[in-house]
Design a protein around this ligand. Structure first.
Ligand code: B16
Ligand code: MG
Length: 216
């Protein structure tokens, strides 16, 4: 058991399901390049950075591109993605996420976002949750992708809380590993078969409460 002073949340798959929009935009790009990929393949892109996602997709399609072309393709995908997230509303917040954030804050716990996405601020504003985070660490502030713990360690630092007193909420295996690598507690959101190594696995934040937090 440890004393939890802060909760750090991943965005996609924990607070909102932006994976559907990422999938639509990447699929459109792949289709324009003359190939397709499945929703099952899309699972492998969760929590993975934009650059790395593009590399994986090009590999699946057997397509080779120069660095300059890759930059253009990533920018095109992001343009389509941003068009979609600009239409997001608070109705898209995943069940229990807002309630648990409020519970944490009412209990005096600090809250932060720890996401790979460079679009996190836009999403938080669209879903009207910006005010519930004491710190936002996203793809614009980190150089090393998960499973490197950089994103979460920066979150702990900005909150002025020791890593050992932080719990991370993550849906991707690379994110669970990042939390462990940072010496933090981790609650996996998804399947216990996939998120091995997490201290607790739940299907969504609607299953989380302060009692479960105190038992970590
Ligand atoms: P962007 P998370 C991740 O968000 C997504 O799961 C992943 O699919 C995406 O490629 C990545 O953000 C980068 O997003 O293109 O908006 O910078 O799960 O770390 O909140
Ligand atoms: Mg995620």
């Amino acid at each position: 058991m440890s004393i939890i002073k802060a909760c750090i949340f991943d965005l996609d798959g924990v607070i909102v399901d932006t994976a559907v929009y990422h999938y639509k935009a990447w699929k459109r790009l792949a289709n324009e390049l003359g190939f397709d990929f499945t929703e099952e393949d899309n699972e492998k892109l969760k929590g993975v950075s934009r650059t790395r996602s593009l590399e994986l997709i090009l590999q699946w399609g057997g397509v080779t591109k120069t660095e300059a072309e890759k930059e253009e393709l990533a920018a095109q995908k992001n343009e389509w993605y941003v068009e979609m997230i600009n239409h997001m509303t608070p109705a898209e917040i995943l069940p229990g996420a807002k309630e648990f954030l409020l519970t944490c804050r009412a209990a005096g716990l600090k809250t932060a976002l720890g996401s790979a996405s460079k679009n996190s601020m836009t999403i938080l504003e669209k879903i009207n949750l910006t005010a519930l985070f004491d710190a936002v660490i996203d793809g614009n502030k980190v150089s090393k992708p998960k499973p490197d713990p950089e994103v979460f360690l920066k979150g702990a630092e900005e909150l002025n809380v020791e890593p050992v007193n932080c719990v991370i909420f993550e849906d991707a295996i690379a994110g669970v590993e990042a939390a462990i690598n940072g010496g933090m507690k981790v609650v996996g959101i998804g399947s216990p078969k996939v998120l091995t190594g997490a201290n607790l696995v739940i299907s969504g934040l609607n299953e989380m409460n302060l009692e479960k937090l105190s038992l970590l």
